[in-house]
Design a protein around this ligand. Structure first.
Ligand code: IVH
Length: 669
């Protein structure tokens, strides 16, 4: 132990010396590799005797050039989120709740700020020196992005002025200006590089980029909105003064922050800023209202997710008017025809919008839309663009009606309306190139056969050049066929063939999921695999056999039956069986199930997207805790676990009074 400690001390001194030469004198005497080697050794030794978090170690300071973007760092205090309100009534509820909690009758002083739509960043300053910059991550730990953050001009490496606490975390938002975002995308178009979908993604991608010069080039900005003192004194009694402190120390804060007394003043600020946001050169998606008194903040405290002393009062999404140029009809994987309006491009919160889905024929009639109309569009939830209404009808008497096609625009097969859902479908099946391409994308996608390198672009190219017609053809591809396609080198072609070969050995659930049967997701595919064990048994089963599976409803049972009894599908998967080596899915439960397990015998439905775990991992976890994952909601279901963008299952579950869980962090241990 003693000798390890000595080694650590020596290494720290050595690295600090090289930091000095590199950062202060700009004249390093060792190579980057040698420097990395010293640093790596130090990290290993620190880990060995648990000296990981020592603020004086160069592993914790600027000068530590992070090459590994997976570098995780635990925040000194959790980085919480904010609760949201979207209207005056809900905002009032927040203020009243706070006042009740504090036993106040009088108006309360509130600090109102911009809610900048960027990326949260935590800066750790020790004795006024920046030692770490960490993204929010999961709130408890984030990604160490110090080497990039030090390149942001608005992040001071050393704080100025007096009363600087010994150790503190300064928090704020990283973003880029909309004008810089547009410039960047224009340059990307010329250079044929990746186009970013919005300014926030640029900020986030740049901060994690392994080349820190990108941060300078993309002009990232940091605005601080608060700090927490970890060691040392801070005699400040209100939030507004804290912001002034930040400014004095050299940080940038937004200049629109004001103090308000009570709801009336907050509302007037909210409306003023809502109008002003259109003139700003950066995106804000609301205001943040904070109880100004630190004393009150302390009494109110936090929930596990957010502080009780602050609220995000969000704006309605921005609306813009534009013209409908024409309407296209897209063919999906299942053949469903979706009308898409092509628009005169407009920009909403930094994103160019030129298409909007019209969903269905019914929706076109509901809006009463014609080509040439001027429409109001918004990005609902600030993401998916949507038509709200028609502003000016096209008065041109020429034919501008949107007529739904009678035949598929891709394969010319007849379009038929399905009674079941009222939607229109191309009847071409696998004969339709559009359906064929999309089915192939799905079959080889990550959640199904997971063939790396065989993405939509390559599949489209292979189909267009007649190299593949169905999934089985992919396994017969020859190297020269791949090389003949543009942009594929011998090396990449070999790699792709290697991945294709690897995908031959696959679990039954992935094959079933890959077929893309209507309403058969990963969970149902897994249920089928576990129940039948072999594909031929599924192929020969009838609807009543499927209904024997717990958690599988009649609609899905019928879909599966119909799929496997379609003659052309049968042909396709018999040829596929020659190529694949399908194995049954393991039962994920860790052997025996005991009554003490958290989910013992509980029937559980999963819906939505989870960032912490993927579907399979979540199913594994539930089963290892004694739970049974089922696909559909019924009275027999005990629990629903829901992630982001949950489906209709959550509403059904709530109607039946089924218990629900949103936060799955406790499952991660
Ligand atoms: S205070 C404990 N103030 O909004 C309170 N957050 O959902 C922490 N944000 O990712 C947040 N502007 O980074 C606060 N003036 C502001 C903010 C702000 C933007 C972000 C924050 C977080 C998200 C909260």
């Amino acid at each position: 132990m003693g000798s390890v400690k000595n080694k650590i001390i020596k290494l720290r001194k050595k690295i600090l010396y090289h930091n000095y030469l590199y950062y202060k004198l700009d004249s390093p005497v060792i190579s980057d590799e040698k420097y990395d080697f010293l640093m790596k050794n130090l990290q290993i030794l620190e880990k060995k005797i648990n000296l990981m978090f020592n603020i004086n170690s160069p592993t914790q300071r600027v000068g530590f050039n992070i090459r590994n973007s997976d570098n995780i760092f635990f925040h000194l205090t959790p980085m919480l989120s904010l609760d949201n309100v979207f209207n005056m009534d809900d905002y009032l509820k927040f203020e009243n709740k706070v006042k009740n909690f504090l036993n106040l009758v009088d108006k309360i002083e509130l600090c109102c700020e911009f809610k900048i739509d960027g990326l949260a960043l935590n800066l750790i300053y020790k004795k006024g020196k920046l030692i770490k910059a960490v993204t929010r991550g999961d709130g408890e730990k984030g990604e160490d992005v110090t080497s990039n953050a030090i390149k942001i001009k608005t992040i001071p490496l050393n704080l100025n002025g007096s009363n600087i606490p010994d150790l503190m975390e300064i928090r704020g938002e990283v973003f880029i200006k909309n004008s810089d975002f547009i410039k960047l995308n224009n340059e990307s178009v010329i250079k044929k590089e990746k186009i970013f979908s919005n300014a926030r993604n640029v900020a986030s991608g740049s901060l994690r980029h392994n080349n820190s010069e990108i941060v300078i080039k993309r002009k990232l900005i940091f605005y601080a909105y608060g700090y927490n003192v970890i060691q040392g004194k801070d005699c400040i009694s209100n939030h507004y003064d804290k912001l002034q402190n930040l400014k004095r120390w050299g940080l940038s804060i937004d200049s629109h922050t004001v103090l308000c007394n009570g709801v009336k003043e907050v509302l007037s600020y909210y409306h003023k800023i809502e109008k002003k946001r259109l003139l700003l050169d950066f995106n804000i998606d609301g205001i943040v209202v904070k109880i100004n008194s630190i004393h009150f903040q302390k009494i109110l405290g936090n929930t596990s997710r957010s502080p009780r002393w602050a609220i995000a009062f969000k704006f309605q999404s921005i609306k813009k008017v534009t013209k409908v140029l024409y309407v296209d009809f897209q063919v999906g994987r299942t053949g469903m025809i979706t009308p898409v309006a092509r628009l005169e491009p407009v920009e909403i919160s930094g994103v160019q919008i030129s298409n909007v889905s019209l969903y269905s024929k019914k929706e076109i009639s509901r809006i009463g839309l014609s080509v040439g109309d001027y429409v109001t569009i918004c990005r609902s939830g600030d993401v998916i663009p949507k038509i709200i209404n028609i502003v000016t009808k096209n008065i041109d008497k020429t034919n501008n009606r949107i007529s739904f096609p009678k035949v598929c625009p891709i394969c010319m097969y007849e379009i038929i309306q399905k009674k079941k859902d009222g939607h229109f479908y191309c009847s071409g099946g696998f004969n339709c190139i559009a359906q064929r391409k999309k089915s192939l994308h799905h079959f080889f996608s990550k959640k199904a056969l997971n063939v790396k390198g065989l993405g939509p672009k390559l599949i489209n190219c292979l189909v267009d050049n007649n190299y593949i017609k169905n999934p089985a053809d992919v396994f017969k591809l020859k190297i020269n066929e791949l090389i003949l396609l543009n942009n594929i080198s011998i090396k990449s072609a070999e790699k792709i063939l290697k991945f294709i070969n690897k995908a031959r050995s696959v679990s039954l659930s992935k094959v079933i999921y890959g077929f893309g049967i209507h309403e058969v997701g990963l969970v149902t595919a897994m249920l089928l695999s576990k129940y039948f064990k072999y594909l031929h048994k599924i192929i020969d089963a009838n609807v009543s056999d499927f209904l024997k599976i717990d958690g599988l409803g009649p609609v899905v049972a019928k879909n599966i039956f119909n799929f496997f009894h379609d003659q052309s599908n049968r042909k396709l998967f018999y040829s596929l069986l020659q190529e694949l080596n399908i194995h049954t899915d393991k039962n994920y439960g860790m052997g025996s199930v005991s009554k003490n397990m958290l989910f013992f015998n509980k029937k559980i439905v999963i819906t939505g997207v989870f960032h912490e775990l993927n579907r399979i991992e979540l199913i594994k976890k539930i089963e290892s805790l004694g739970g049974i994952v089922v696909n559909s909601i019924s009275k027999k279901v005990n629990l629903i676990i829901f992630g982001k963008n949950p489906g209709v299952k959550l509403i059904q579950a709530k109607n039946l009074g089924i218990e629900s869980i949103h936060n799955i962090k406790f499952l991660l241990n």
